[in-house]
Design a protein around this ligand. Structure first.
Ligand SMILES: Cc1cc2nc3c(=O)[nH]c(=O)nc-3n(C[C@H](O)[C@H](O)[C@H](O)COP(=O)(O)O)c2cc1C
Length: 199
């Protein structure tokens, strides 16, 4: 009887141990601690109409959920309520002039993260300028970086190269892109990509 009791206790301990490890490996995972940094524009947009949640935010949320990463959203109110056509014009001007619109709040402290996912919509062939504002305020030396985009035809466009330029000492990996109009039914694609890179 005593032997049976100790076997049951041992199995229970093993099961508890396994579930705790599972939890921490999701948060800590093979790549060390991870964070998803992204910008996304809700409102009037190409192909998807007037959306309450931006396409890239949906992808960022999938990554966060599937990897257990932390999250930092780059927020600006500069484009709030703008119709698509004026936004296109404004974004073009900003890109041409290399403007750096301010974001809300403070840059995140990245010292405890090893892996950084960086994502945004493609605007005129690269990330929106407000993302470059943040890039000036963070240091990704030695960190593993996974760029991602949502787009309507340009794929990753120049985003990977522009991240490499901004962070020459980061370990920038192959990126992931998905059509904006596909993201709401696109969780499996994101999951497949994450599995492919070891998550
Ligand atoms: C100002 C602006 C510029 C855009 N430029 C491009 C582009 O150059 N290439 C492209 O494929 N899609 C372009 N798009 C489409 C967006 O990349 C696409 O709709 C994206 O999924 C939007 O993501 P978000 O909802 O997270 O902002 C543009 C959209 C906007 C609003």
């Amino acid at each position: 009887m005593n032997k049976l009791k100790s076997i049951i206790l041992a199995i229970t301990a093993l099961l508890i141990g396994a579930s705790c490890n599972g939890q921490s490996s999701k948060n800590q995972n093979k790549m060390g601690k991870s964070i998803v940094i992204f910008f996304s524009h809700a409102g009037d947009n190409y192909s998807v109409g007037n959306i309450e949640v931006g396409n890239t935010k949906i992808v960022a949320d999938y990554i966060t959920e599937l990897t257990g990463a932390s999250q930092f959203e780059i927020v600006t109110h500069k484009y709030d309520g703008m119709a698509y056509n004026p936004l296109i014009q404004l974004a073009k001007e900003e890109a041409n002039k290399g403007e750096l619109p301010p974001y809300e709040g403070k840059a995140p402290d990245l010292s405890k993260y090893d892996t950084v996912f960086i994502g945004g919509p493609v605007w005129w062939g690269t990330y929106p300028q407000v993302m470059f504002t943040l890039f000036k305020d963070i240091n990704l030396d030695g960190k593993t970086v996974y760029p991602f985009t949502t787009h309507e035809g340009s794929g990753l466009a120049n985003c990977v190269e522009d991240i490499e330029k901004a962070f020459p000492k980061a370990k920038v990996q192959k990126g992931f892109s998905i059509y904006g109009h596909e993201v709401r039914a696109g969780k499996a694609k994101v999951e497949k990509w994450l599995k492919g890179i070891g998550y």
